[in-house]
Design a protein around this ligand. Structure first.
Ligand code: SF4
Length: 247
């Protein structure tokens, strides 16, 4: 893993998904096979494989302190093109430092991760008036997870993380995206741990080779996504869990 400390010029960026987004890191140690954020390589001149480099924005917190004074308050999505709780966060705590500043200024936030490390900051998360924390969970089957996201935490750890946050009163959601095989049994496991569920299909072709390698081509088809979407929706309605279909 190539880790480099860098100084950036801005940290709070406009976002199409939320009002703003903060990415404390460039690159992501999780290196998911399907990750769309690998486009960042083009903008940052990285030639390494996606998942093999991380640039640490060491001046992120100082910049944020400054930028918050100049911008109108809005919801901040953390993060759009990296996991804010990837392993390097244990050492640098950039996400934690940015959250602390956002909480002091009372800005609303949405945190999205695949990592139980988010629990480290529970005390801080509880201080926000307007917060939601999402765990991305793409399948209920850890064998499938290992094919597509081998460096991410096991599914049971993500569900347990949702439970911890939810029990503490933090609003939570589960992002079933991209919808991988064997996601259908997630619903009963998410009940009373996630306030709502988002569902999206695989929208990119980076992981086509994984489907082929493991004989899962059936799960790349429109029919598969439509069928599984309806199956999940039905199960969520049965559990009276709010959900949003993104395709
Ligand atoms: S955790 Fe998210 S940002 Fe990181 S590699 Fe996986 S999909 Fe990409």
């Amino acid at each position: 893993m190539i880790i480099k400390e860098v100084y950036v010029k801005t940290i709070l960026s406009k976002s199409k998904v939320s009002d703003y987004t903060i990415n404390p890191y460039i690159g992501c140690e999780h290196g998911c096979t399907y990750c769309y954020a690998r486009f960042m390589k083009r903008f940052t001149g990285h030639r390494e494989k996606w998942g093999r480099f991380v640039d640490v924005k060491v001046n992120a917190a100082r910049l944020l302190q400054h930028e918050l004074k100049k911008k109108r308050s809005g919801r901040v999505w953390i993060s759009g093109v990296c996991d804010p709780y990837q392993p390097i966060e244990k050492k640098y705590a950039l996400t934690r430092r940015c959250l602390k500043i956002l909480s002091e200024h009372g800005w609303p936030i949405t945190v999205q991760t695949k990592s139980p490390l988010v629990k480290r900051d529970l005390g801080l998360l509880e201080k926000f008036n307007d917060i939601e924390v999402g765990l991305t969970i793409t399948t209920a089957d850890d064998a499938i997870r290992k094919m597509f996201e081998p460096k991410c935490s096991p599914i049971k750890d993500r569900i347990e993380t949702l439970e911890t946050l939810h029990s503490a009163g933090v609003k939570t959601y589960a992002m079933i995206a991209p919808l991988l095989p064997k996601a259908e049994t997630l619903v009963t496991q998410l009940s009373e741990k996630a306030d709502y569920v988002l569902i999206d299909r695989m929208n990119y072709h980076y992981a086509d080779w994984v489907y082929r390698k493991y004989g899962l081509e059936y799960a790349m088809t429109n029919d598969f996504f439509t069928w599984k979407k309806m199956e999940l929706a039905k199960a969520l309605e049965k559990e009276a869990m709010p959900y949003q279909l993104l395709f």
